[in-house]
Design a protein around this ligand. Structure first.
Ligand SMILES: C[S@@+](CC[C@H](N)C(=O)[O-])C[C@H]1O[C@@H](n2cnc3c(N)ncnc32)[C@H](O)[C@@H]1O
Length: 243
């Protein structure tokens, strides 16, 4: 796995750069997400909820919760508790505003923290999710080991991440869109062009498909499986912590 950095010309590590980048784009994050994915990201999050529903989770951990889009949807599953963790304070502040506005603050609690050193109890959660987050980790394997520890035996890890379509013509269109159209539009609508140049580069450098399942298995998860969505532009990966 190659390391791709949002800002090539500053000498701080990936974790600090990623935190800075999400702090910069937090206020516009939701709107830009919808703009760049034409709203398909919401369909992908709905698919995560569908997968989660089969586990009937009561205690859920949402790592890299950001502005809480996924965490808020999870309330449909009527869990007792959702804990959202994120390394970017600004993203959490945006999430917190939305949670309070919808009166969901009695179910969702937010913690500032690193997914590679989770500020949560171990063997506690029925399910843990990471939505579009693991690709940004400095050490994804360490992050997954933390997820494993946080889950109860029998608990489910559900990861939603961008992946790479492999078939003509979606592959060619996806390349053109992410390398040309997205950075061009980002210049016009975003306050951080580097963030939207980093996005396609980080997808390109990150593992996907069977390689991701192999990593989950290396960490100890069993019954791993993946579900490709929208011709492979995004994928859901599932693994279970053995009982
Ligand atoms: C693309 S956003 C996804 C937010 C949300 N899950 C969603 O579905 O919209 C990625 C999030 O991952 C967070 N993140 C990146 N590295 C992290 C880490 N090491 N620990 C916790 N959060 C991290 C970022 O701060 C950002 O909020």
């Amino acid at each position: 796995m190659k390391h791709v950095l949002p800002y090539q010309d500053i000498e701080i590590g990936k974790k600090e750069q990623v935190t800075q980048m999400f702090n910069n784009i937090a206020v516009k994050y939701d709107a830009l997400n919808t703009f760049f994915t034409l709203g398909i990201d919401n369909h992908w999050r709905r698919m995560v909820i569908k997968e989660l529903s089969t586990f009937n989770p009561k205690y859920i951990l949402d790592i890299a919760t950001g502005t809480c889009e996924l965490a808020m949807r999870m309330t449909e599953l009527q869990p007792r508790e959702i804990t959202g963790v994120d390394i970017s304070n600004e993203m959490l502040l945006e999430g917190d505003k939305k949670i309070r506005k919808k009166g969901l603050d009695h179910i969702i609690n937010l913690k500032l923290g690193d997914g590679e050193k989770l500020p949560v109890p171990y063997n506690y959660y029925d399910a843990a999710t990471i939505g579009f987050g693991i690709r940004n980790f400095e050490h994804p394997e360490i992050g997954l080991r933390e997820v494993y520890k946080a889950l109860k035996p029998g608990g489910a890890c559900v990861i939603l991440e961008l992946s790479k379509p492999e078939n003509f013509p979606v592959k060619q269109f996806h390349n053109f869109y992410s390398k040309r159209i997205m950075p061009f539009c980002a210049k016009v609508v975003s306050n951080d062009v580097n963030a939207y140049k980093y996005l396609p580069k980080s997808v390109n450098a990150f593992i996907y498909g069977k390689e991701m399942l192999t990593l989950l298995e290396k960490v100890g998860f069993v019954q791993t499986r993946l579900k490709e969505m929208t011709y492979g532009i995004a994928s859901i990966y599932i693994g279970i912590k053995p009982k």
